[in-house]
Design a protein around this ligand. Structure first.
Ligand code: HEM
Length: 496
């Protein structure tokens, strides 16, 4: 998810800020930073490594490696020098970097009085104070319970048809009649529209177009310096948030009234479902503010991540004829069992096992969220080293994803790595995170991906316009050419 990881946004902030702002911040943070280091007079030893130049530390070197798509090598280099636990300084904070399955397990399962989710202030201000990322302990459990209850398979089952219609509509409007398309921006349009239809219940309309533009503006602010002066990007994003808030509040009032008048089902869309959730004493499970803030967060969390997965799948299928042939065979069999107007069903999606293994393998090799950060709330010891309060702990998904003891020949794209899901050790595949904060949108992303690939391979053939197209992490993976492809429809005229 674009903005889940502290790195994702902090990195952008550092990258996009002007040198003057950066150096003013440096002057401000330097004394704090030195104080934090100086206070660490403890008998326990800190992990090996170097904190580098105060505040800046290894930030620029790491971000540059991310942009060149060499972050994994960069981290491997640290591991070679210092071992699996080392200290460094990233994004303005002293950091302990840990890697490996045991480290993942420790972080995902440790008590939340030790490590807390860490978000830059821009997220809090743009998503709102009551978004789930800001919460911990009991509050986090309560809000997460509500989100999981609307994103669980039993609920999403009912929305397969609606998703299917959105995907068909997308191909009809944006792909048919075209010779070339930029696949990556189109996958973003598609995932936005699917989420907008399912979550807000807003179908294709002027209102949806307004919402798309507002979200685009809001997202720009998440990736900018959070300074709220008139005419700054962040200021425009805050204004967009206010407008989105008004739209969502209006929707909540409309939907609540419709439910009271019994002219809508409590399952009409995910906001309606959230509104209908009750505590044991029949009070509302979430306040209206909590619904607004979490709906905005869900849009941000689900929109880019899934569109990145879909874009990488388009690239993979173009480059791997044998994988493409197997996906096509699976999808043709499913299409063959239906009349062309039939919508896909939940059962059809359960039959798309190979296609989902291909998607999972894509997430293994290119996880949209590459590294994760947590804030250390109190001193603790890990593997004999002191992890000091006020520092941050960082880990990277790729370290276990590319571990050859877990995934033999890890640099080869091989969906066979997931033939026996049960044989993948826990906390080794962490594209969706783990533990109490594991992604609740997994099933949503799975359905959206499978439905899209079904229509893509059954209705089009495509080839890359730039066969050796590369991507960078900025900080999310992005194809430099937008993934331009030449397309040909398989069914030129009759499209639902
Ligand atoms: C391929 C698609 C996706 C990927 C790779 C992904 C990845 C992740 C990861 C790695 C985390 C945990 C981050 C951490 O531990 O700090 C996360 C959390 C989250 N994701 Fe996703 N995500 C995806 C799609 C979605 C979708 C479609 C939704 C919503 C419909 C969603 C909603 C969320 C939310 C609300 C959280 C926060 C959970 C919490 O803090 O308890 N994600 N996601």
């Amino acid at each position: 998810m674009e903005n889940i990881s502290g790195l994702v946004t902090l990195a952008q902030i550092v990258v996009t800020m002007s040198p003057t702002i950066f150096f003013s911040m440096l002057l401000f943070l330097l004394p704090l930073y030195l104080l934090l280091i100086a206070c660490r007079k403890s008998s326990k030893k800190l992990p090996p490594g170097s904190l580098g130049f105060p505040i800046i530390g290894q930030t620029f070197s790491f971000l540059s490696a991310m942009r060149k798509n060499r972050a994994e090598e960069w981290l491997q280099d640290k591991i070679r020098k210092y071992g699996p636990i080392s200290k460094m300084s990233l994004l303005g904070a002293p950091t302990v970097f840990v890697c490996g399955q045991a480290a993942n397990k420790f972080i995902y399962t440790c008590d939340d009085s030790l490590l807390a989710n860490q978000q830059p202030s821009s997220i809090r201000r743009l998503c709102g104070e009551r978004n789930i990322l800001e919460m911990s302990g009991h509050e986090h459990k309560r809000v997460r319970g509500a989100l999981v209850s609307i994103l669980k398979p039993e609920v999403l089952k009912q929305y397969v048809g609606k998703m299917d219609e959105e995907v068909r509509k997308h191909f009809k409007i944006h792909w048919h009649g075209k010779k070339k398309v930029l696949a990556m921006p189109l996958m973003k349009t598609l995932t936005f529209n699917v989420m907008s239809s399912l979550i807000f219940g807003i179908e294709q309309s002027a209102k949806r177009e307004i919402l798309v533009e507002l979200f685009k503006q809001l997202l720009k602010g998440v990736l900018s310096v959070p300074i709220n002066f008139p005419f700054t990007c962040f200021n425009r994003s805050l204004q967009a948030r206010e407008k989105i808030r008004t739209i969502v509040m209006d929707l909540i009032h409309e939907k609540r009234a419709a439910m009271e008048d019994q002219i809508t089902s409590p399952r009409q869309d995910l906001i309606t479902t959230l509104l209908s959730l009750r505590n044991a004493d029949f009070s509302a499970a979430l306040s209206d503010e909590e619904i607004v803030d979490n709906v905005i967060l869900i849009m941000i969390a689900g929109y880019d991540t899934t569109s990145i997965l879909l874009s990488f799948l388009i690239n993979i299928l173009a480059n791997n004829p044998s994988v493409y042939a197997s996906v096509l065979q699976e999808q043709e069999e499913i299409a063959g069992s239906k009349v062309s107007e039939d919508l896909l069903t939940w059962d059809d999606l359960q039959r798309m096992r190979y296609t989902w293994r291909v998607a999972t393998e894509s997430l293994r090799m290119t996880p949209p969220v590459f590294s994760f950060f947590r804030k250390v709330l109190k001193d603790f010891e890990y593997e004999g080293y002191l992890i000091p309060k006020g520092w941050q702990v960082a880990w990277a998904a790729c370290m276990t994803h590319m571990d050859e003891c877990v995934f033999p020949n890890p640099s080869d794209f091989d969906p066979g790595h997931f033939d026996k899901q049960a044989s993948v050790p826990p906390y080794s595949f962490v594209a969706f995170g783990g533990g109490a904060r594991i992604c609740p949108g997994y099933e949503f992303a799975r359905l959206e991906t499978l439905i899209t690939i079904h229509y893509l391979v059954n209705r089009f053939t495509w080839k890359l316009c730039h066969p050796n197209t590369s991507f960078s992490r900025d900080p999310l993976p992005i194809f430099k050419d937008g993934l331009e492809i030449e397309i040909e429809p398989k069914i030129p005229t009759k499209v639902n």
